[in-house]
Every structure is written in C-alpha cells, then in structure tokens.
Design a protein around this ligand. Structure first.
Ligand code: ZN
Ligand code: ZN
Length: 183
C-alpha cells in the first residue's frame, strides 16, 4: 500500500478527464510541484493531483473539502489568436484524505475572447511561479482541513500581471458560475 518510492518521480500521472494539448503540457508541471509540496505531509501518506473539469464550486462531494483561490494567467483565443492577461482567474480544488491516500481535484476556470462571436472558452496559462504559490497555499489548506493542524498564517499572494482592460464578466467562466472574486 505505502510506496514512498513513487513520490519523487514526475510522471504524467493517472487519470485525467480532459485531453487537450494545453492540458497535457501543463499537467506534468503541476504534478511535479504538487509532489514536491506534498512529500512532507504525514509520513506514509500519498497524495495525487487530478485535473477535473466537472467539479462544481461550492458543491464538493460528501467527505471532500474545498479550496478556491484567485490567481493570474494569460489566455489566448484559438479563433483569432488574440491574447489577454487577467488577474481574476479562479482555481477550484476539491480534496479528500482516506486511509493515507489523498486526492486533489483541480479545475482552473476559463475565459473566452470578447472580440470573437461564439469564441470557445480558453484554459488559463499560469506561470510556474504562480502554480507554485497556488499549490503552496493548497498544501497549507490540506494541513488545516485534512490533518487538522492549526497553522495560523495567511496565504501567499500571487504575482500579478499588468492588466489594462477591465474584467469581462460575460467572458469569464467563474463569473458565469458566480464564484469570481469581487472587489
Ligand atoms: Zn478571438
Ligand atoms: Zn470573472
């Protein structure tokens, strides 16, 4: 059951529910950072990260904990090629620990181009640095929610981008879902 030898590898792990090129490219990096950050959690416990585009914010399955965080990312329209940055990119995590096996499901929320009609929803491209910050904050949340540790410190803020144009609620999947950051 316990196989610590598996931890340090950086494989394209296990189950995915999505299969675009962007996903396949992004996942090893997320998995790698995730394995590094979770290896110091309780000795013998294993943790796995899965991308899951169908998890519903505020409705984790029974027994699952939720963590929602804002980050920044760039998007690129696959229809016209236009790119844009956003500091309001929501990432939803659902996590559960059972008998030493932890699973985290992650869903970054998409945006689409405001200039194209019927523009497809595009996945965010998040920098390594911000993935690192996101996952570091996630692991703190795991310590609190799954291991009931009292850490008593705040989260590490993301590195923001220079965004000139206003946020576009009509083109933001998280706004449409009603979970986008509101300042
Ligand atoms: Zn476009
Ligand atoms: Zn939004």
């Amino acid at each position: 059951m316990l196989n610590p030898v598996e931890l340090p590898r950086c494989p394209q792990t296990q189950t995915t529910t999505s299969n675009t090129d962007t996903d396949r490219m992004a996942q090893p990096e997320w998995t790698c950072i995730f394995q590094m950050k979770t290896k110091d959690l309780k000795q013998g416990d294993t943790w796995r990260l899965e991308f899951d585009e169908i998890i519903v914010p505020d409705c984790p399955n029974p027994g699952w904990e939720q963590y929602i965080r804002n980050t920044c990312a760039r998007f690129k329209c696959t229809k016209c090629g236009r790119g844009w940055p956003s500091n309001r990119v929501m990432v939803v995590f659902h996590m559960r620990l059972t008998s030493g096996h932890g699973v985290v499901k992650v869903r970054p929320f998409c945006q689409n181009c405001k200039q194209c009609s019927d523009a497809p929803m595009e996945k965010p491209k998040i920098t390594s640095e911000n993935i690192d910050i996101l996952l570091e904050n996630l692991v703190e949340k795991i310590r609190i929610k799954c291991y009931h540790e009292d850490l008593g410190k705040g989260h590490r803020p993301f590195i923001s981008l220079d965004v000139k144009s206003p946020h576009e609620p009509a083109h933001c999947e998280a706004c449409i879902a009603g979970i986008c950051t509101r300042n």
